[in-house]
Write a protein that binds this ligand. Structure first.
Ligand code: PRP
Ligand code: URA
Length: 209
């Protein structure tokens, strides 16, 4: 799958295993979502351009290399909110948009209830964040909304993906790369949950089970 980057790191193996465990409580779950989002962000910014600028260290003149890219971080509500702080800590000037979608439990289709995006989103690289890419319906709807609003460069950052969602996103939005901490080849169960996955990410972040 050309559109998928599975981020490999021992820290990811450890933290994704912790987050999958059903005994992991809401507080620890939230902390793990935050930490995993930061590690994924490292990989998603590997090719980010930098600009050389003269600096002075306490010892001598030197050259610094500074990020030359503006970012927007857009969580899909609710669960995506858990990833935002793990990313914006690297880019304090990033703007944050919100796209509110929930999956209709009977059809699994996304239902839109809120959209608020930065007005200059066309000048920014957009990190669309959501812990789960399951059927891919929510991510596809969010990418449609981002593109309708002018976004030109979009990456999806998630924690767990599966073949159904990744393939569907690749067909409809081949320009959008997906960065994930884990890709679960078993796919979806009859209720549309990723197997083995981690359950309902929003409920586990916000304690609403
Ligand atoms: C979950 C998850 C994704 C979506 C993924 O959200 O956070 O947004 O499902 O499923 P999909 O790929 O099949 O669309 P949910 O609809 O449960 O809403 P919530 O974040 O408010 O809990
Ligand atoms: N949404 C979740 O929160 N978990 C899944 O496994 C699938 C969709």
């Amino acid at each position: 799958m050309k559109n998928l980057e599975i981020v490999k790191h021992p820290l990811i193996d450890h933290k994704i295993s912790m987050i999958r465990k059903k005994e992991t409580g809401n507080k620890e779950f939230r902390e793990l979502v935050h930490e995993l989002a930061s590690i994924i962000c490292y990989e998603a910014t590997r090719e980010t351009p930098t600009q050389a600028q003269a600096i002075q260290t306490p010892v001598e003149d030197s050259t610094g290399y500074f990020i030359a890219q503006k970012f927007a971080v857009v969580p899909i509500l609710r669960a995506g909110v858990g990833m935002v702080d793990g990313i914006v800590k690297f880019f304090p000037a990033a703007k944050i948009g919100h796209i509110g979608l929930y999956r209709d439990p009977s059809t699994l289709n996304p239902v839109k209830y809120y959209v608020k995006l930065p007005s200059d989103i066309n000048e920014r690289e957009v990190f669309l964040v959501d812990p789960m890419v399951a059927t891919g319906g929510s991510a596809i709807e969010a990418i449609n909304i981002l593109k309708e609003n002018g976004a030109q460069k979009i990456k999806v950052l998630c924690l767990v993906s599966c073949p159904e969602g990744v393939e569907k996103i690749g067909k409809l939005h081949p320009d959008v790369k997906i960065y994930t901490a884990a890709h679960d080849e078993k796919g979806l169960n009859s209720k549309g949950y990723i197997v083995p996955g981690l359950g309902d990410a929003g409920d586990r972040i916000f304690g609403t089970q």
